[in-house]
Design a protein around this ligand. Structure first.
Ligand code: PMP
Length: 364
């Protein structure tokens, strides 16, 4: 537990939220800005809610340095619905969609595209058990590529793109669910970015989409209203009822990010936090073995193994007893994983570093 009685929360998502954001939500819970009601009870058509909604968009624009010519949308259905919405909107007959396979979430995105049109693998790291990110030179584009899809951070295996490809006239689309706003990056390289909020932006329930208007103009219009990006863009994401309280929590989290020095400030913290854990792995003489190749390491999800399943079980049980939450690896791959998202405090990573060192000493 931290000094504030908060668990050392390394959950992969939903994940830790900033204490300051939770405290503000608590203070405003019964009477938001003199409205006599909670944000939970406000009409999504009210002036008070509209202000929250628009401030959230303004904060995202500022913190992600989103240039002119993009719309920011709030959708539901998680990043998983984006796997289908992207090809529904942007994969016309006669064109193909390229996917770079860097983990299980890329595979899921690809599977949806294949159901809806022609998809191909533009590069894959599957042979190496997703320990690395393919070289940019390995990318190949078929003729008539409608878009290239990448997963910027691979939540389960713990790898991340260190540099994004330049796709020229081919629209680049990214699933940034697990590393959005963890560091500064150039939005203008992308035609569409999507991210479930529940790791780096706030609680579960909203998916943030950043979409270039130029791409939007090419969208398929013959699909159901709620599956069209255009519906949300045209109505400032208020075509139907948005997840109002979740968006309010995103706003509070973004205000906290801004107070940390924005994306640059958060990046500095994230590097320091991840180093505490990677350094322990690297200095352990093989007691802890990182899954990702060092040059492909994610700052957000740190996946590692111990010598055998029994020792891993012991590690996870002792960690749980010591107040650490969420350190078991994804059920598909096993092992251990520490997710050190934006709101995970340095103090929690420091405690994990100390715990890992002590556990190694006792068990080697
Ligand atoms: N993409 C990535 C990279 C993820 O990590 C996840 C969830 N862990 C998803 C997509 C799926 O997100 P959701 O549960 O919001 O559908």
């Amino acid at each position: 537990m931290t000094d504030n009685n908060r668990a050392y929360n390394f959950n992969a998502g939903p994940a830790a939220l900033p204490l300051a954001a939770l405290q503000t939500a608590q203070a405003q819970l019964l009477n938001f800005n003199g409205s006599g009601m909670s944000v939970l009870e406000l009409s999504h058509r009210s002036k008070q809610y509209e202000a929250v909604h628009n401030q959230t968009i303004e904060l995202l624009t500022e913190l992600l340095a989103i240039p002119e010519g993009y719309d920011i949308l709030f959708l539901q259905g998680g990043a998983s619905l984006q796997f289908a919405m992207v090809p529904m909107n942007f994969l016309p007959q006669g064109k193909k969609a390229g996917y770079v396979m860097t983990g299980i979430w890329s595979e899921k995105a690809y599977d949806e595209a294949e159901k809806l049109g022609a998809a191909y693998v533009a590069a894959s790291a599957k042979d190496g058990n997703y320990r690395q990110i393919p070289d940019l030179e390995q990318l190949r584009y078929d003729d008539d590529t409608a878009y290239l899809h990448i997963t910027s951070n691979n939540t389960i295996v713990g790898t991340a793109w260190q540099q994004f490809p330049d796709t020229g006239a081919i629209p680049l689309i990214a699933d940034m669910s697990s590393d959005i706003l963890s560091k500064p990056f150039d939005v203008s390289k992308f035609s569409l970015i999507y991210a479930g909020a529940q790791k780096n932006l706030g609680p579960a329930g909203v998916t943030v989409v950043i979409i270039k208007r130029h791409l939007l103009e090419q969208a398929n219009k013959k699909i159901p209203t709620m599956l069209r990006y255009g519906t949300f863009a045209k109505n400032n994401s208020l075509y139907n009822t948005p997840p109002t309280f979740t968006i309010y929590m995103v706003k509070l989290m973004l205000e906290w990010v801004k107070a940390q020095g924005g994306a640059a400030g958060i990046y500095k913290q994230n590097k320091q936090k991840a180093a505490l854990i990677y350094d322990t792995i690297d200095g352990s003489e093989g007691f802890y073995v990182g899954h990702a190749q060092p040059e492909a390491r994610s700052l957000m999800n740190i996946s590692f193994r111990l010598a055998n399943a029994e020792l891993e079980k012991k590690f996870l049980a002792s960690a749980e007893k010591a107040g650490f939450v969420g350190l078991a690896g994804h059920r598909i791959v096993g092992g251990c994983r520490a997710s050190a998202y934006n709101a995970v405090p340095y103090e929690a990573c420091q405690a994990l570093n100390q715990f890992m060192l002590a556990f190694q000493k006792e068990n080697s």
